[in-house]
Write a protein that binds this ligand. Sequence first.
Ligand code: NAD
Length: 340
Amino acid sequence: MNFEYDYCVYIGRFQPFHLGHLETVQVALETAKTVIIILGSHQVAPNIKNPWSAAVREQTILSCIEPDHRERVQFVRVRDRLYSDNLWLTDVQQKVIGIAEEDSRIAIIGYRKDSSSYYLDLFPQWTYIPTDNFKGINSTDIRNSYFSQSSESEFLSLLPAGTEQFLQGFREQPLYQRLTEEYQFIQSYKNAWEQAPYPPTFVTTDAVVVQSGHVLVVRRKAKPGKGLIALPGGFLQQDETILDGMLRELREETGLKVPRPVLQGSIVGEHVFDNPGRSLRGRTITHAYFIQLKAGKLPPVKGSDDADKAWWMSLSDLYGHEDTFFEDHFQIVQHFVSRI
Ligand code: NAD
């Protein structure tokens, strides 16, 4: 069979993989010898926007594809780089080039859903194959029905059999229960602000305290992200500066007893992290400070307030725990510790 392209790249989160996605994969399989599916948002801690790991998504997608075509589909996993499209693009480019031979004819397929589809324009080196919206199906609506435990029939007809089967089985797993609770929490949180004249923008602070190859982290005591690893930090109070808020949260959550002048004198960087999608509670902008303490014995810390545990995590350990970090906190740490 003659194909117009050697490879067709299809980028998505597929949370979950629905009939619109399957239709696109089928078009890609008719156009190219090999379809490269990029599983985005890899290594994100499960939440109601990204509930399933790349491994689970890969298995589900494969189960939806005709067995004869499966060997023409390859998967790659790509992490989000919320604060650098260039780093994200480097990863996507490298992974595709790692599969495609030199001088391959490469296309990229996808539907321009809304402004979040801007990434489809970032690959001028590949031919863009536009697709239509398939029956108005939308993963967010499917997840909302699924995690709000509303009637199953609302979304089952929008799914390939493989996804339907997977979602039925997943209901038995403890993570499903946890995510339904998280869904309720986020809904109530948003409802509480519904009467405000404008959608709220929250301001938070975070501290990245590093000493002798260790970073100070906490475990979240409450929803959202209960049990996940986070930076000490929290919402700014009405009567404090951002610096004061950061120092207060740091003390409250970790019990760090280093005197204020030492902490303040050890600030070697600060940065605002403002990706509009960084928090599922709503628009939240965080001001993070990088505090580099002098080498020596790690000061004692103890979780309290919103943290049920505080500890010094070695930087090597950090990289092994990427998928258990809350929101973009892993990327915030990375921003500071990888600066040259
Ligand atoms: P998605 O699963 O929502 O959609 C995947 C594709 O399917 C898109 O082209 C979408 O338009 C299309 N689609 C959705 N519904 C359809 C329907 N009914 N009919 C036809 N097509 C339909 O995935 P997404 O959120 O668009 O995935 C993009 C990925 O790229 C994410 O993981 C995102 O985080 C990542 N990304 C990362 C960066 C960065 O980290 N800097 C930048 C851009 C994108």
